[in-house]
Design a binder for this molecule. Structure first.
Ligand code: SAH
Length: 234
């Protein structure tokens, strides 16, 4: 099933990767009984809405054409999109950040079980991690799905992005409204919308990946203190 779905998007999976994703599904459903990880548990639905959706970054020309050694997923939750991409791109180093310890603990179990070696897990808030010297303006791509509205998300994510690297946001069909709201944030953080990639999941849901290029090192003012970006968005 997984292979067929991914094949239909021309994303090639080895048997090993297929087995890893299947085992990931089993662990997700098993641990979801104890800790809240996902509302979606049906096998086919997880494949489409979590696994395939996460993998869409691989189809994007900006991603294919840019150096991509270090990638950070902000607010990864149960590992979407970051852990799926780590399975699919063993040559890249992934950093998965989430403020909920239980979710990071779950990811640690999955990484151990699946023998994933290109992932580092961090429990913490964007507003704090983004100030760490070893994280600041260090990543080729910072990706995020379903974490916050664009102006908030930009302040969370952009401080991690290298100069000339990209912040990539997975959004739904109302992405244009959010772009309109983020003019000020783009200016303050000095990023520019470079490309929007459009997809359809299972011939139904629309999915957009927005690529913002980081034009400089981030102003030291950002991110502001924990809670501030959400309470008072740029
Ligand atoms: N990206 C996943 C999870 C989305 S839920 C997916 O698409 O399925 C949003 C996640 O973001 C939660 O796990 C929450 O703990 C995390 N989060 C929210 N605000 C955050 C912040 N300021 N810093 C770090 N993680 C945050």
């Amino acid at each position: 099933m997984i292979k067929k779905v991914f094949d239909s998007y021309d994303i090639l999976l080895s048997e090993y990767q297929c087995n890893q994703l299947n085992r990931y599904y089993e662990l997700l459903v098993e641990w979801n009984e104890k800790i809240n990880l996902t509302a979606i548990t049906d096998y086919e639905e997880v494949i489409w809405k979590h696994f395939l959706d996460s993998a869409l970054l691989l189809k994007c020309s900006v991603f294919q054409q840019t150096k991509r050694n270090r990638i950070l997923d902000l607010g990864t939750g149960a590992g979407f999109p970051g852990l799926v991409l780590a399975i699919l791109c063993p040559e890249c180093e992934f950093y998965l950040v989430d403020s909920l310890k239980k979710r990071i603990d779950f990811l640690s179990i999955v990484c151990e079980e699946l023998q994933i070696e290109n992932v580092q897990l961090f429990h913490g808030r964007a507003e704090e991690c983004g100030r760490r010297k070893d994280f600041r303006n260090q990543f080729d791509f910072v990706i995020s799905r379903a974490v916050a509205q664009l102006p908030v998300l930009m302040e969370y994510c952009v401080p991690f992005v290298k100069k000339d690297g990209y912040f990539v946001s997975y959004k739904g069909k109302k992405y244009n409204d959010e772009i309109k709201l983020s003019e000020n944030a783009c200016q303050k953080l000095n990023i520019q919308l470079e490309k929007v990639e459009e997809f359809r999941i299972e011939d139904k849901e629309e999915r957009y990946l927005l690529f913002f290029k980081n034009l400089s090192m981030t102003d030291e003012k950002y991110p502001r203190k924990s809670g501030k970006p959400k309470k008072n968005p740029l």
